[in-house]
Design a protein around this ligand. Sequence first.
Ligand SMILES: *Cc1c(COP(=O)(O)O)cnc(C)c1O
Length: 450
Amino acid sequence: MKNFKKITLNENEMPTKWYNIMADMPNKPLPPLHPATKEPITPEDLLPLFPMELIKQEAATDRFIDIPEEVLELYKTYRPSPVFRASALEKAIGTSCKIYYKYEGLSYAGSHKANTAIPQAYYNKMEGVKKLTTETGAGQWGSALSFACQYFGIDLEVFMVKISYEQKPYRKMMMNTYNASVIPSPSNLTEAGQQILNQDPDSPGSLGIAISEAVERAAKNPDVKYSLGSVLNHVLMHQTIIGEEALLQMEKAGDYPDIIVGCFGGGSNFSGISFPFIRENILNGKNTRMVAIEPASCPKLTRGKFMYDFGDSVGLTPLLAMYTLGHNFVPAKIHAGGLRYHGAGVLVSQLLKDGLIEAQSKYQKECFDNGVLFARTEAIIPAPEANYAITGAIDEAKKADKEGTPKTILFNLSGHGHFDLMAYDKYFSGELVDHELADAEINASLAKIS
Ligand SMILES: *Cc1c(COP(=O)(O)O)cnc(C)c1O
């Protein structure tokens, strides 16, 4: 039992508010700009894509926002999620550090994505929306939103990055089971997709391309709205339920993290676990380091540039002030599909620029080494994305050991890898490769937008 210390919360201890970090940031993020006029966008500009309540949340400055009753009810099918002390992993790597992890893989979707899928579908339903479009990379977001839409009586169309559509047929089947239609992207259904296919008929797709397709469908059809699974302020805010719970659980454990680690795609799970602890740093004199871990083959935080860029490949979305590799950047086909995004949310980008968070990049193979070690010690087979967080936590523990100053580390285990076993199989058969990304490649991609 000592090896698997589990820190739980009761249902009635579950936080009932999301945390909006906008209230406490020393520098507010720069405003999104209209793609045509380059002027700050107005709420009306966004109405073709989102329901008013989510547009309001996107710009809200209140510190806390109440979670609606119906959302809380669905949250309680899998929340509060457990925190575990990773004692068996600690023993295996011989560290004197304490490693804790928050496990978000117990939702119906197998990841944290349900935390925002549920409220997004709910607010759309409240405003009478009948159909949503979205994109999905690894399929985690698409499957989370598929059930949420089905539950609230909304039709859903999902543009799935083609490489994932081929590598992960079970995620597609899961979405179909929840009653969503799934289209491999780039597709011929949209002008955006056709434009990409004309340039490269074999395009593996990317999240940026799939976003263009989904946004185009919503923009052209007044009955359809669009939903995004990461990056945007309201999405990051919905994920703060993770960190709010973790604060209470660490208190129950009689501990407090010196370091928080999360993997980084667009920023939602990292923000979810870290934002409430950043609040404690800003308002209550705590001094926790927040470390975002991104793939070496898609390093927007560590090698990208802070500038205005589009959120999608074709240039249909507002311009966002963020760390980016350029909206045309198509990352190598690594197996952590959820981390293959060219940019980062504006909130996390501003926080990184201001030194309130840190970023590191890791290679794919070392992450699978650590993911397998984690499975063999802690019993959970992690999503390939989560292997980056595990690696960040292990590396920080080893560094602290070397410096002779043991730390308390908390990381977010964003999802399980039950649909990703083909990637593990490739790892075991030695087929996984690390991709070196040359400066010239990043510079060429950035040159196209500056
Ligand atoms: C989508 C996803 C990610 C990456 O997205 P973020 O918005 O950066 O959290 C990480 N882990 C899992 C399991 C995912 O599904």
